[in-house]
Design a protein around this ligand. Structure first.
Ligand code: AMP
Ligand code: ZN
Length: 138
């Protein structure tokens, strides 16, 4: 299914042109228009899924396998020194385009970004950690 006003549906279908570096039946991979580094790319499914919650498991598997292959290819081609794979879900998590996508971000020694993606580190008590652990164990 496609969403009428979704820019990534239009890019994935080719209706809006993009700098495509890879394409198959399920995915188009394009260069990000506002990249974090040279080579920053996005894996975009051709079908519309808003986020990881909507994405079917088999597509999630295929997307991860593709990310792994492209990480190797891009690292060799761009001679980058490291690689981030990022995937945001929900506004609070930084998602701005509500069509599932994975960021492939080549990292370079002097790329001007911080070493890691940045977040503050919480100091949680043993009780808090236990409480969270209990909630999550199944
Ligand atoms: P996110 O914040 O995880 O939803 O990521 C959305 C990404 O899409 C951002 O890195 C944008 O720079 C990128 N983006 C938005 N519009 C376009 C576009 N037309 N072509 C390529 N990348 C885009
Ligand atoms: Zn879409």
């Amino acid at each position: 299914m496609k969403e009428e006003n979704c820019i990534f549906c239009k890019i994935a279908s080719g209706e809006i042109p993009s700098k495509t570096i890879y394409e198959d039946n399920e995915f188009r991979v394009i260069l990000d228009i506002s990249p974090a580094s040279k080579g920053h790319a996005l894996i975009i499914p051709k079908e519309h899924y808003a986020d990881i919650y909507e994405l079917p498991e088999d597509m999630a598997g295929h997307a991860m396998i593709l990310a792994k292959k492209l990480a190797a290819h891009m690292t060799a081609a761009l001679k980058c020194d490291g690689f981030n794979i990022v995937q945001n879900n929900g506004e609070v998590a930084g998602q701005t385009v509500f069509h599932f996508h994975m960021h492939l971000i080549p990292r370079y020694q002097e790329d001007g970004n911080q070493d890691k993606l940045c977040w503050n580190h919480l100091e949680l008590s043993q009780e808090e950690l236990e409480d969270i652990c209990e909630k999550l164990q199944q």
